[in-house]
Design a protein around this ligand. Structure first.
Ligand code: ZN
Length: 420
């Protein structure tokens, strides 16, 4: 059984914040295939197209027939534990600070034997066969590692000490949600509170206006504090970062402007400019002010700074002409988010990008169903934090578009030009 995580003690401000050490992060190009799958929450191994042999560790040519045609395929990860060991000493600084650390050797039902980090609920090998499920997760350095999970976990499974080092569970963490005025923002706040977040700061751009019902409801939650935040106003972002930047553990940037226009349907650039100002420059302003503060605190105890979440759009991958300028602003934000991810990774902060299809809101009134509900989107964010993934495509529409985009981006462009 995993002991439920206790609320972290108040920090002694006199003590120095623990500095970050990352686990070893160098990987070859082939091994990055494991990381690419783990970043989307899958455990994949290479399968030889010529003879069908499963490969581990990742390699350039088949270990059985030397064919170079190896394809990454999802694995169930089920297997039997062969042996376990507990490290009490390590020369690696990351592991030295986190000892003791359990490792195991698992014989996968699919064939290979793999080394895994062991979840605390996995029993020691005795007379009985211990079944485990192996999954791939990203570690603090952002690289895939394999983890042995118990076949049936307890309710507090996510509180495992080793697992919290890999993931960004919102439990006991302090979160900033940049826009609380939309239904999506309010659903995110509710989901975070339910997931055990300690404090949720909720931005609202026009504090002088009367609250709508939804905002008043979440403002009444004891964990929630409303803060004035207008992402178009650089000075306001700087001021808020000065106030709470040193305490925020997770930033969720859900603020967006969405107008459903292409190029020909409207004269002038006002609407496109407003989209850019929030969707792209807003992210830039936020990242410049809150990024440095987060980076300094990623090793700060059990609930240190851990993740940055961006609400992008599946339209960021390929322009959807009836939402043309919005698509362009999200494509710009996607590119910037990749830069943010690269800058945050060495500091142990995970950048999570969400690419939803059409959301069930006022700007998608003309879009036929299925549309993603605010609650489903909020659940996807909490799950992404708990599983420590990097890229999420929530909902059937996003999944389908992603598949078509991967299959052939040019064909998708033509299909979207014809209306979807
Ligand atoms: Zn082969």
């Amino acid at each position: 059984m995993t002991m439920p995580l206790m609320h972290p003690k108040r920090k002694n401000p006199v003590l120095r914040t623990r500095q970050l050490n990352l686990p070893p992060g160098a990987r070859g190009r082939v091994a990055l295939g494991l990381t690419a799958a783990a970043a989307e929450g899958r455990f994949e191994l290479q399968v030889c197209e010529a003879c069908g042999a499963l490969q581990y560790p990742p390699r350039e040519a088949c270990h059985r027939c030397l064919s170079p045609h190896l394809k990454w395929r999802a694995q169930s990860g089920e297997g039997a534990l062969l042996a376990t060991t507990t490290l009490h000493h390590s020369n690696d600084l990351f592991f030295r600070e986190r000892l003791p650390w359990r490792l195991g050797l698992v014989h996968l039902d699919a064939g290979p034997t793999v080394m895994v980090h062991l979840h605390g609920e996995v029993a020691e090998v005795d007379q009985a066969i211990v079944r485990v499920t192996v999954g791939a997760r990203l570690d603090r350095a952002g690289q895939a590692v394999l983890i042995g999970f118990p076949f049936r976990g307890s309710a507090h499974m996510a509180d495992d000490r080793m697992l919290r080092e890999m993931t960004s569970d919102p439990k006991f963490r302090k979160v900033l949600v940049t826009d609380g005025k939309t239904e999506v923002g309010q659903a995110i706040v509710r989901a975070l509170v339910k997931a055990g977040a300690d404090v949720v700061w909720v931005g609202h751009a026009e504090p002088w206006k009367k609250f709508g019902d939804g905002l008043a409801d979440i403002a009444a939650l004891p964990q929630v504090t409303l803060v004035p935040l207008d992402l178009t106003n650089g000075r306001a972002v700087t001021e808020l970062a000065g106030e709470i930047g040193g305490k925020v553990d997770i930033v969720i940037n859900n603020a967006e402007v969405h107008r459903s226009f292409g190029i020909g349907a409207r004269r002038g650039t006002d609407a496109a400019r407003a989209e850019m100002d929030i969707n792209y420059f807003g992210l830039l302003r936020l990242a410049q002010e809150f990024g440095p503060a987060l980076k300094g605190r990623s090793a700060d105890g059990d609930a240190g700074a851990t993740a940055w979440v961006n609400l992008l759009s599946i339209y960021a991958l390929s322009n959807f002409p009836s939402h043309g300028t919005f698509s362009a602003s999200k494509a710009a934000a996607h590119s910037l988010a990749q830069c943010l991810r690269a800058e945050m990774r060495p500091a142990g902060i995970r950048d999570i990008n969400l690419f939803p299809g059409p959301i069930d809101d006022e700007w998608n009134q003309h879009t036929p169903p299925p549309k993603l509900t605010a609650q489903a989107l909020a659940a996807a964010i909490v799950n992404a934090l708990r599983d420590g993934v990097e890229d999420v495509y929530p909902g059937d529409v996003a999944q389908e578009w992603l598949e078509r985009w991967r299959d052939n981006p040019k064909v998708l462009e033509r299909e979207l030009a014809a209306g979807g």
